[in-house]
Design a protein around this ligand. Structure first.
Ligand SMILES: O=C(O)[C@H](O)[C@@H](O)[C@H](O)[C@H](O)COP(=O)(O)O
Length: 230
């Protein structure tokens, strides 16, 4: 059962999430000399990443990477790499090592082998994986009805290339196997529609129906759910 933190607004939640993440990262650096975090894209993480960027940490000992990426140039407004560079990797936090997902390959499928090799070289388990969730229950780029969903849920690989059924752009995504190789999973959701999907996911059922269940319906990795009611 995940640990729930409930807030009135996303703005209120953002600073608390950032403080909690910073504590875990600081403890990881003290214990192992390095800390790793993989973050999702989309709208929700932005205020959290901006708040985290301002926290005094030994950023030279931090590895920052992505949960998934749209296969677009890093200058694109849709790029998760751009989101992280514009929000988190600013000021002292720019000293962190960033491991991107987008390569120069023509498409995500051609790029996946190199990304897999880069991610295999990371110090697993990661310390934190920050997930979001769509209204359809997707997380990372593991989408219901996605043609690569079964592979993303069952592969022993760390990453897959995927084409969302409806969302734009080819994706590069962590697999369920990678997501569950983390010391902590954070899920950030906001609004009544997502809360209803979250509650339905918690009630149990096929992971293919609501892929967020890969994180919620397991007991191995502690999950903290940060819920903004509006
Ligand atoms: O690249 C992405 O879009 C994300 O990784 C994706 O999985 C996101 O977490 C959800 O779609 C929720 O997005 P919002 O936070 O914008 O609602």
């Amino acid at each position: 059962m995940p640990t729930e933190h409930i807030f009135a607004t996303g703005a209120e939640a953002a600073s608390d999430i950032a403080a909690r993440i910073a504590t875990i990262l600081s403890d990881a650096i003290a214990a192992r000399g390095v800390a790793t975090i993989a973050v999702s894209g989309g709208r929700s993480p932005r205020p959290v990443l901006e708040a985290l960027s301002k926290v005094p940490l030994d950023w030279t000992r931090l590895i920052v990477t992505l949960v998934d990426e749209r296969w677009v140039e890093p200058v694109s407004a849709d790029s998760n790499e751009r989101l992280v560079r514009e929000t988190l990797l600013q000021g002292p936090a720019a000293a962190a090592r960033f491991v991107p997902m987008k390569t120069h390959a023509t498409d995500a499928y051609a790029g996946q082998p190199d990304v897999e090799a880069a991610f295999a070289a990371l110090p697993w388990p990661l310390d934190i994986i920050l997930l979001g969730m769509g209204d359809d229950g997707h997380t990372a780029s593991l989408f219901p009805q996605g043609r690569e969903l079964a592979k993303g849920l069952r592969s022993d690989a760390l990453t897959i290339a995927a084409t969302p059924p409806a969302a734009p752009h080819q994706r590069l995504s962590l697999t369920a196997n990678a997501i569950l190789q983390s010391r902590h999973i954070f899920l950030q959701i906001g609004g009544p529609a997502k809360k209803a999907v979250y509650d339905r996911a918690l009630a149990g059922g096929p992971v293919e129906e609501l892929p967020i269940r890969l994180a919620l319906c397991q007991q191995d990795v502690p999950v903290e759910v940060w819920i903004a009611q509006s």
